[in-house]
Design a protein around this ligand. Structure first.
Ligand code: NAD
Ligand code: ZN
Length: 360
């Protein structure tokens, strides 16, 4: 058996208001005054000077506000890279992503494409990236995706929604400041938090499970249950714990894989533009056959927080659309293998996938 040698985020800062230390982290790594830091910032902060005024811009540094209304696209990465290359003679000193999974993934992808030729779509897949990325920093402002620790950046391209999975993808530095997650709307807090919960269930119930993944997955599962079912926790404690749950959930899937909810959710996202967190919830709600205990817990948390999921989104789809979603879902072979075993092709049919989609 050949074991995989995965990189991890080498440096992490944790603590409330640790965001104020970003300037001192960046200072020694600035190459020169002409080599800027590029801050990609979720545009939800555009009207929040209590955050933007603390972004440590100097010299030629640039803040670029990014809308998270749509998930990141390969074309968007290419456009940002072209814009940065045109605007500056020097390669940036670094790229800093401040936001949720959408902005963190964009920051990772832009840092990779600054040093690798061609389009982001050329690198969707596994280990296609040749050159080290520009120094990149992730500062999550909503907890759950694990994008802050992962070895991938998930992008939608012309042909597929697939990550750029590579040893060069993980951040060089992460700043975990739970106070940054203040102001997240309740539904979004639930959907992105459930992304973490679903990572745990899919990892813990999967065929690829090993002690490494299990130890992180169990901790993240426990933290999620505490955050979403306990009345004891105050707001700060909830923010702290969900941020660490996201980290551990991401670590858990690093050495295993996600499963059926993610495979089907990628189909929903590709065909209908349904975003990751809510899409996962919409799918997971119907997966009791595959993850009975996890789905029971999920429904309990959903009811407790009075979350109403969108429904009927697949009722009027054409056959072509349904086939396209199914194709995207089934193309994620490692996810199915993790969920159902090496003989997964004998255990799931296109018809069953259509039936599941029709329930949503
Ligand atoms: P998101 O980044 O799309 O943000 C969701 C919403 O929350 C947006 O409207 C955003 O503006 C808002 N928001 C973020 N922080 C806020 C704050 N502090 N206050 C108020 N509003 C705030 O959501 P997400 O669920 O974190 O990320 C989803 C994306 O992450 C998808 O594109 C998915 O593919 C990707 N993802 C990546 C990985 C990975 O390992 N790379 C893993 C899972 C998901
Ligand atoms: Zn996920």
């Amino acid at each position: 058996m050949k074991f995989r040698n995965f990189p991890m985020v080498p440096r992490v800062l944790f603590g409330r208001n640790s965001f104020d230390q970003v300037g001192e982290l960046l200072m020694p790594l600035r190459r020169n005054s002409e080599a800027p830091y590029i801050f990609l910032v979720d545009d939800v902060f555009q009207d929040r000077p209590e955050v933007t005024s603390r972004i440590p811009v100097m010299f030629e540094d640039r803040i670029i506000f990014i809308s998270a209304d749509e998930e990141p696209k390969t074309a968007q990465v290419d456009a940002l890279v072209a814009m940065i290359k045109t605007a500056f003679d020097e390669m940036p000193s670094g790229v800093i992503g401040i936001g949720g999974g959408t902005v963190m993934d964009l920051a990772k992808a832009v840092s990779l494409l600054l040093t690798n030729p061609g389009s982001a779509q050329d690198y969707q897949g596994w280990d296609l990236v040749k050159n080290k990325a520009v120094y990149h920093v992730g500062i999550p402002s909503i907890s759950g995706t694990g994008a802050e620790v992962s070895r991938t950046t998930v992008l939608t391209g012309p042909e597929k929604k697939l990550g750029i999975n590579s040893d060069f993808t993980p951040f060089d530095q992460v700043v975990l400041d739970p106070a940054m997650t203040g102001g997240v709307p309740k539904d979004q807090w639930f959907f992105t938090g459930m992304d973490c919960f679903i990572h745990c269930v899919e990892s813990l119930e999967g065929y690829f499970l090993n002690t490494f993944s299990q130890s992180y997955g169990e901790k993240a599962y426990e933290l999620c249950c505490e955050v979403f079912t306990s009345d004891e926790l105050g707001l700060e404690e909830r923010q702290n714990k969900l941020m660490m749950a996201s980290w551990h959930g991401g670590m858990s899937i690093a050495y295993s894989q996600v499963g059926i909810a993610h495979a089907l959710s990628y189909g929903l996202s590709y065909e209908l533009g349904i975003r990751h967190g809510v899409g996962n919830c919409m799918v997971f709600d119907h997966l009791e056959k595959y993850y009975p205990k996890g789905v029971r817990k999920f429904k309990e948390m959903k009811d407790r927080h009075e979350i109403v999921l969108p429904s009927g989104v697949c009722s009027d789809l054409t056959t072509e659309q349904m086939d396209s979603m199914t194709r995207v879902a089934l193309s994620l072979e490692p996810l199915w293998e993790n969920a159902l075993g090496a003989d997964w092709k004998q255990k799931i049919t296109e018809k069953e996938i259509h039936e599941l989609y029709q329930k949503m």
